[in-house]
Design a binder for this molecule. Structure first.
Ligand code: TMP
Ligand code: ASP
Length: 230
């Protein structure tokens, strides 16, 4: 039974209350849902890429909600109580950081920076401090500490893996949730939720091609999947 439909995914309950099925759609939105379209085969690419990244992370000691991929568009996952905080890790300046702080995209940061955003469509996912998350009960201090450590560990693992495949991991967004007393990494990891630049040409290989009408969107998603699969 479908119990949630988001912009890019649908969630279905299963006969096991601890498990759900994620269905990856081709629908794409940007700028708070004001820009909408479909990207052919995006759901298939994002499902497969998320599977590969979750397996890589699990192998390296990061606990995730991933159980197994069921088919082209569906993944079996542990059913988390999602913490309403989006965690962004940045290695180079891009996107909203470039805009907010008046910096050039591509400026390297001296060390990875972790940011939090409050998951609220009504408020347009505002940037928050960890203090806000704690004060308003969205996460405990202990959970944020764990989230920080996990997010930086994910950054290290994915940055190295992608670097070996000629890709710079510019930044990415993660979501975490509670599962029987543990904090697990949830959601998806794909060109919708990361910025990937080709190391040699600095060409964008992610959803920014859709956000900013750069063309070659489908090609970029497939090119990224090809690199991650090799
Ligand atoms: P930003 O620069 O727009 O804040 O985005 C930072 C990273 O988070 C980037 O890799 C894209 C990802 N992201 C999402 O996954 N969902 C979103 O709604 C937004 C705005 C960004
Ligand atoms: N997914 C977000 C939205 O709709 C934004 C983004 O990824 O840029 O609007």
């Amino acid at each position: 039974e479908m119990f949630y439909e988001g912009k890019a995914k649908k969630l279905y309950s299963t006969s096991d209350p601890d498990l759900l099925i994620t269905y990856f759609k081709d629908d794409a939105t940007a700028f708070d849902g004001t820009k909408r379209d479909t990207i052919a085969d995006k759901g298939v690419v994002n499902n497969r890429m998320s599977e590969l990244f979750f397996k890589l992370l699990e192998k390296n000691g990061v606990k995730t909600h991933f159980v197994r991929r069921l088919n082209d568009r569906e993944m079996l996952c542990k059913r988390l109580h999602i913490i309403p905080v989006e965690t962004v890790v940045r290695n180079l300046v891009a996107g909203s950081m470039a805009k907010r702080l008046g910096r050039e995209e591509g400026e390297p940061l001296p060390h990875p920076i972790v940011e939090y955003y409050y998951k609220s469509d009504a408020l347009h996912d505002p940037l928050i401090l960890g203090e806000h998350a704690i004060a308003f009960g969205w996460a405990t201090a202990a959970e944020l500490k764990q989230i920080d450590a996990m997010a930086l560990k994910v950054d290290g693992i994915l940055s190295k893996f992608l670097d070996e495949r000629g890709v710079i991991l510019i930044d990415f967004k993660l979501e975490f949730g509670r599962y029987h007393g543990e904090v697990l990494l949830g959601d998806e990891i794909c060109p919708d939720t990361c910025r990937f630049w080709d190391k040699a040409t600095r060409q964008k290989l992610d959803k920014d091609r859709f956000r900013h009408d750069l063309g070659g969107v489908e090609e970029a998603y497939h090119e990224m999947l090809r690199r991650v699969e090799n």
